[in-house]
Write a new protein. Structure first.
Length: 167
């Protein structure tokens, strides 16, 4: 069964459902990024302080303490599980778009690697491997770019008429 370009042939009600899902999902995703910016300002030293604390810095305006093992397991567990579902559903929708097969495969698989690198990296940072903060930033940026590109591709193909995509 050929799925390439199938999204354009979906009934309007299914397209509206997918569009509504992507709007709400995107609001949740980008709100999470706002939270990251508020808690660690997405800078390497701030990310390190967020998980390892800054109680040794007398000049710190906000005192932060090292996360407990329970807190870290909760963060890593919940994020890996929830992000896996997010990218699985995005991938299921993306597979029905008309797109170069290599780009499509990259956009479908890369987020899973980024999820593992981002949240696994946070765990290893917490364990004392401080250079993982750079992996966390790079994989987080790549995950965000992949999410954004994927949702934009899906939205653009949701609004096109059948004959514009599938001739």
């Amino acid at each position: 069964m050929e799925l390439n370009g199938l999204l354009a042939k979906f009934p309007t009600k299914i397209k509206v459902l997918i569009g509504a899902f992507l709007v709400v999902l995107s609001i949740g995703f980008y709100t999470g990024l706002l939270f990251v910016n508020e808690t660690s300002s997405a800078k390497p030293t701030s990310i390190e302080e967020h998980y390892l604390g800054n109680e040794n810095k007398e000049e710190a305006s906000v005192m932060k303490f090292k996360k407990s093992p329970k807190e870290m397991l909760t963060i890593v567990h919940t994020h890996i599980l929830s992000m896996s579902f997010i990218f699985f559903f995005i991938g299921l929708i993306l597979v029905t778009t008309k797109l170069n097969s290599r780009l499509k495969l990259f956009l479908m698989i890369e987020p899973f690697a980024s999820v593992l690198l981002t949240f696994g990296g946070i765990y290893f940072l917490w364990k004392g491997l401080l250079w993982f903060k750079y992996i966390v930033i790079l994989s987080g940026v790549l995950m965000t770019l992949t999410f954004t590109v994927s949702t934009l591709i899906i939205f653009s193909q949701l609004i096109k008429k059948n004959n514009e995509i599938c001739q």
